[in-house]
Design a protein around this ligand. Structure first.
Ligand code: AMP
Length: 217
C-alpha cells in the first residue's frame, strides 16, 4: 500500500510519466488524470474545448492555463478521484500550479507528493520519436525500448498503433524547449514546498516502478 495518494507527476515529455501512471493507477485504484489524453479526446470529439485546444496541441505549444485548470478542476470532482489521483502533465506552468492550489482548497483536498521524473534530453528525444500508442486503450509502446509483440499492433487490444503527430522530431524538440522554459521551474517550486521526490526516469519501467512505489510509501 502507498501512503501518498493525491499525486502530481512532473517531468519532460517522454520521461515515462504516462506509462508509470497507468501502472500505478491500475494497481492502487487511483484516477489517472492525463491532461494530454483529455485534450486529445476533446479534439477527436470536436467539442468547444477541443476546437480551442487543437492548434496548441498540434504544434506542441501549451493550451492556455485557465482552460486546462478549469478542465482539471471539473475532473477532480468526479467520484473516482475520492480514492486518490495522479495528475499527469498538469500543472505545466507556475501559474497552473497556483490555480491548482486554489481549486484544491475549494474542494478540500491537497497534493501529498510531487514525483519528478528525471531523464536526459537525448534519451527523451529517442523515446518520443519511437513512441507508438494504441488507438483504443492508450497503452504506450516504443519501437526501440518496448516494441509490441506484433509490429504496429497493440498487445492488449489487437488494435492498430499510431504515432502522435506531435512526436515528430521537430515538434518533440519544440516541446522540450517549452518544458525547459515553462515547466522546469516547477521543480524548485515544489521542492520549496517540501513535496518533491525524484526518481531516475532513465531506467526501464520495470526498474523505475519499484522506485516510484518506494517514494510514495
Ligand atoms: P502530453 O500528452 O502530456 O504530452 O500533452 C500533449 C499536449 O497537450 C501538450 O503538448 C500541450 O499542447 C497540451 N497539454 C497537455 N497538458 C497541458 C497543460 N497542463 N497545459 C497546457 N497544455 C497542455
Amino acid at each position: 500500500m502507498i501512503k501518498n495518494r493525491n499525486l502530481v507527476f512532473l517531468g519532460a515529455p517522454g520521461a515515462g510519466k504516462g506509462t508509470l501512471a497507468q501502472m500505478l493507477c491500475q494497481e492502487m485504484k487511483l484516477a489517472h488524470i492525463s491532461t494530454g489524453d483529455i485534450l486529445r479526446n476533446e479534439i477527436k470529439n470536436g467539442t468547444d474545448l477541443g476546437k480551442k485546444a487543437n492548434s496548441y496541441v498540434t504544434s506542441g505549444g501549451l493550451v492556455p492555463d485557465d482552460l486546462v485548470a478549469d478542465m482539471v478542476g471539473k475532473r477532480l470532482l468526479e467520484k473516482d478521484c475520492q480514492n486518490g489521483f495522479v495528475l499527469d502533465g498538469f500543472p505545466r506552468t507556475v501559474n497552473q500550479a497556483d490555480l491548482l492550489e486554489k481549486v484544491l482548497v475549494k474542494i478540500g483536498k491537497k497534493i501529498e507528493k510531487v514525483v519528478y521524473f528525471e531523464a536526459n534530453e537525448e534519451l527523451l528525444i529517442k523515446r518520443l520519436t519511437a513512441r507508438l500508442l494504441c488507438k483504443k486503450c492508450n497503452t504506450n509502446f516504443n519501437t526501440i525500448f518496448s516494441p509490441p509483440i506484433k509490429k504496429g499492433i497493440c498487445d492488449k487490444c489487437g488494435i492498430e498503433l499510431y504515432q502522435r503527430p506531435d512526436d515528430s522530431l521537430e515538434t518533440a524538440k519544440d516541446r522540450l524547449k517549452i518544458y525547459n522554459v515553462q515547466t522546469a521551474p516547477l521543480v524548485p517550486y515544489y521542492k520549496k514546498k517540501n513535496l518533491l521526490s525524484v526518481i531516475n526516469a532513465e531506467l526501464s519501467k520495470e526498474k523505475s516502478y519499484p522506485e516510484l512505489i518506494k517514494v510514495l510509501s
